[in-house]
Ligand binder design. Structure first.
Ligand SMILES: C[S@@+](CC[C@H](N)C(=O)[O-])C[C@H]1O[C@@H](n2cnc3c(N)ncnc32)[C@H](O)[C@@H]1O
Length: 209
């Protein structure tokens, strides 16, 4: 899909989705109202643009349930909701991302569920409804590798068919990828986008797509 320039300079038009820029007046207003974010959910991270590009080659039955772990502002979920009629839930430990998440959905005329919760707290019963678990830029500290690996294992045990984790290639991500390749039949692909910036990221995928 072609990325057309958006006439509103506070938004990026990417693959048919309006992406909030930090300069957007409502973003600035929300930031003024908050003390700050605790774990990096303060913008849309570039891995989510690359994951959207990857998802554009994807097939998923309409209405499939997707869990976006560490969703931040939830961009990839908006894309799946708009273009695949997926039923997305964004989950984040940091409740301060919720107003940004809601604003991102609202400017794209869609509604997406948000849950303020840690991914460590999700058990197999919680994970069972999901067709796909995805995450972008969520493995950024060494301490996150093992709990994320355990989450992915629980999700697969619960019947989740696809897992997609996009990352710039930080060491904790590679540690997670190594574990998933060795123990969960995962693989890593690299993917590059040219717009809105040239950016190469890595996608850990487990499952049939
Ligand atoms: C670098 S941001 C990425 C946000 C978003 N996925 C994106 O690509 O724009 C990482 C997000 O993970 C969330 N996070 C960190 N640890 C978490 C945990 N244990 N459970 C759920 N969310 C977590 C943070 O609050 C933050 O919103």
């Amino acid at each position: 899909m072609l990325n057309r320039p958006n006439h509103n300079s506070h938004l990026i038009d990417y693959m048919g989705i309006n992406v909030l820029k930090a300069s957007h007046p409502q973003v600035r207003k929300l930031k003024r109202q908050q003390q700050g974010h605790s774990a990096h959910g303060n913008k849309v991270w570039r891995s989510s643009f690359v994951l959207m590009d990857y998802l554009s080659t994807w097939e998923i039955p309409p209405g499939s349930k997707v869990l976006d772990v560490g969703c931040g502002w939830g961009l990839a979920g908006v894309y799946l909701t708009k273009h695949y009629q997926a039923e997305v839930t964004g989950l984040d430990i940091d409740d301060s991302v919720e107003p940004f998440f809601k604003l991102q959905a609202e400017i794209n005329q869609c509604t997406i569920k948000f849950e303020q919760r840690s991914f460590e707290s999700l058990n197999k019963h919680d994970l069972a409804p999901y067709h796909t678990l995805m995450g972008t830029d969520i493995c950024f500290w060494d301490e996150l590798t093992t709990p994320l690996f355990n989450l992915l294992r629980r999700a697969l045990d619960a019947g989740c068919q696809n897992i997609l984790i996009a990352d710039p290639g930080r060491p904790p991500f590679w540690a997670l990828a190594d574990l998933c390749v060795a123990k969960l039949d995962g693989e890593v692909v690299s993917r590059t986008i040219q717009q809105p910036w040239k950016s190469e990221k890595y996608i850990l995928r487990i499952g049939d797509q």
